[in-house]
Design a protein around this ligand. Structure first.
Ligand code: FAD
Ligand code: MLT
Ligand code: ZN
Length: 534
């Protein structure tokens, strides 16, 4: 294959003999994987120390109903778990979250190897009233995966076996601790794809994905996990194993209890196994990346993508200029586009006919050019270039966190007003007297990007140091802004610790009441992931 195709600026009729450039070709990955970056950060003594959540939020008190860990508890866990699965010495990485915003004080991490182990752990913790936090890859962006006080961390990392795969139906059954990327690699060997993809794929677990009902980069194509998860096995607060690991697409026998676990963020039970319906992997994937000068044009490009790319459209991601400036700061890769644009869009198509799909995408881009919607763009010509372009999108969260931390807002609002939130937030901070992006200012930048195809914006305020004054300027202002537009304060990252006080901005009191009743039913003593969610 030849190299990336540049669509020259202001081309009105894009011909088949476009200029070619090898700008992205053959450059190795430079934005490191999330896991590698996190590990490097831990070693870097100059990174700011993460304050204890209990110190940052003194208004939250440890619940005195919970017991404190004793030697007898450790002895019990050691009676059925190997020594290395009862971690008491190096618990730091399990206490600090991926945004370096929250830090718990757990003295114990348990690494069960089987559903039976989890059941024994939960039965004991239930009887003793020991609070627990189920933890997957610890990539939560709402502080959901780390303890607040001394909760025991139950890490699913040792439960990572693919239990079965049926290559006729595409149904996979996995342990909750299977890493998303490894599972997808396994599926690729069989011509299938996992119906979820996200930037943290190298670290996050399928159990964690299900527990957060993660959305990711291709929800527009494959839908939500509420549709593709067929069954769940979970252990509730008293050690009961709820076996709902069905493998049926259609099953109308009673309440669909598994749906409650999807998005429950470790508050109803520990998910130990999941069955998922996986689609066939597309044999032909194309990716285009282009620059536009206004958000209005981004929306128009999206509407056109839906009608002109139709069934092959698999992702439509947008990014603003500021987000790409941050990625460029840390990437050694050459930018996909040399010139700066106010907005960028990544469009992916997935189909099975190279000529047909290529022509469709080409026609779509030509029409956008003719209508003066896009300013400049590239189309990846091979797998390396596809990965390279995706890095400019997937690398945003990590780049934003590099200066110190991020105030993250993950919202759903009607598309026409989606980006307005970024402009209004910037204005709010300036009016409040903050400088943005200067050498001496704490605020690095205010950026917006996200899954436009799903009506989902990620508003991020990147900062050098977490600061309660900035937080109080932003919250609840952001949530009020969203409420006025009947939006959701969490489109995909969940509620966790960060948003638990703000649920009422998106959910009616009658719904919150039902949620509390459900929690009470599954976990009457509240030992599962306390201080969060509701
Ligand atoms: P953790 O972070 O360990 O846990 C998350 C929550 O689930 C916690 O409340 C925890 O208690 C609970 N939990 C975990 N495992 C279990 C289990 N087995 N049983 C019960 N409860 C459990 N999210 C998106 O939706 N879309 C994205 O595009 C996206 N991109 C991301 C990119 C980056 C770089 C990062 C760092 C995060 C991203 N996220 C995204 C956040 C997302 O929620 C997580 O990446 C992922 O779904 C969480 O999986 P995990 O295994 O890391 O779970
Ligand atoms: C993303 O879309 O990149 C993720 O949801 C992570 C984030 O918002 O930072
Ligand atoms: Zn996202």
């Amino acid at each position: 294959m030849s190299a990336v195709r540049f669509i020259p600026r202001r081309f009105t009729t894009v011909s088949r003999s476009l200029r070619f450039t090898s700008s992205l070709r053959g450059r190795a990955g430079v934005i490191r994987s999330y896991a590698a970056a996190a590990a490097a950060e831990k070693k870097n003594a100059s990174t700011p120390t993460v304050k204890l959540t209990a110190e940052m939020y003194p208004e939250i008190q440890r619940d005195s109903r919970f017991a404190k860990l004793e030697e007898e508890d450790l002895a019990y866990f050691r009676s059925f778990l190997p020594d290395h699965a009862v971690v008491t010495d190096d618990t730091v990485g399990f206490n600090i979250d991926s945004m370096r915003k929250y830090r718990g004080q757990s003295r114990l991490v348990l690494k069960p190897r089987s559903t039976e182990d989890v059941s024994k752990i939960m039965k004991h913790c239930g009887e003793r009233k020991l609070a627990v936090v189920p933890q997957g890859g610890n990539t939560s962006l709402v502080g959901g995966s780390v303890p607040v006080f001394d909760e025991i961390v139950i890490s699913l990392s040792a439960m990572n076996t693919i239990r079965s795969f049926d290559d006729v139906s595409g149904i996979i059954v996995v342990d909750a601790g299977c890493i998303l990327e490894s599972t997808d690699n396994f599926l690729a060997e069989h011509g299938y794809i996992f119906p979820l993809d996200l930037g943290a794929k190298g670290s996050c677990h399928i159990g964690g994905n299900v527990a957060t009902n993660a959305g990711g980069l291709r929800l527009l194509r494959y839908g939500s996990l509420h549709g593709s998860v067929l069954g769940i096995e979970a252990v509730t607060a008293d050690g009961t194993v709820v076996n709902g690991l069905g493998k049926l697409r259609k099953d109308n026998t009673g309440y669909d209890v598994k749906q409650l676990f999807i998005g429950s963020e470790g508050t109803l039970g520990v998910i130990t196994g999941v069955s998922v319906l996986c689609p066939k992997r597309s044999s032909v994937v194309n990716v285009a990346f282009f620059g536009l000068d206004s958000y209005e044009k981004v929306q128009q490009a999206f509407v056109r993508a839906k009608s002109e790319l139709g069934e092959i459209l698999s992702a439509f991601e947008f990014m603003d200029k500021q987000s790409q400036v941050q990625v460029a700061k840390y990437s050694e890769r050459q930018k996909p586009l040399d010139e700066q644009h106010n907005f960028y869009v990544l469009v992916e198509t997935s189909g099975s006919d190279a000529a047909h799909d290529g022509e469709k995408l080409q026609n779509y881009l030509e029409r956008l050019m003719e209508s003066d919607l896009i300013e400049d763009g590239v189309v990846a010509q091979d797998e390396t270039q596809i990965k390279s372009i995706w890095t400019w999108r997937e690398g945003i969260p990590e780049s934003l966190g590099r200066a110190g931390g991020v105030y993250k807002y993950d919202v759903s609002i009607p598309l026409d007003e989606l980006y307005q939130l970024v402009d209004d937030t910037r204005e709010l901070l300036i009016k409040a007297g903050y400088e943005i992006g200067t050498e001496s200012s704490n605020i690095v930048d205010v950026v917006g990007y996200g899954h436009l195809g799903d009506g989902n914006l990620h508003l991020n305020v990147a900062i050098k140091n977490y600061d309660k004054k900035i937080e109080h300027t932003l919250e609840p202002w952001v949530y009020e802004w969203i409420q006025k537009r009947q939006g959701s304060i969490s489109a995909e990252h969940g509620i966790g610790f960060a948003k638990k006080n703000y649920l009422g901005y998106s959910k009616d009191p009658s719904m919150i009441k039902v949620m509390k009743e459900i929690k009470q039913l599954f976990d009457p003593n509240g030992i599962l992931n306390p201080y969060k969610y509701i």
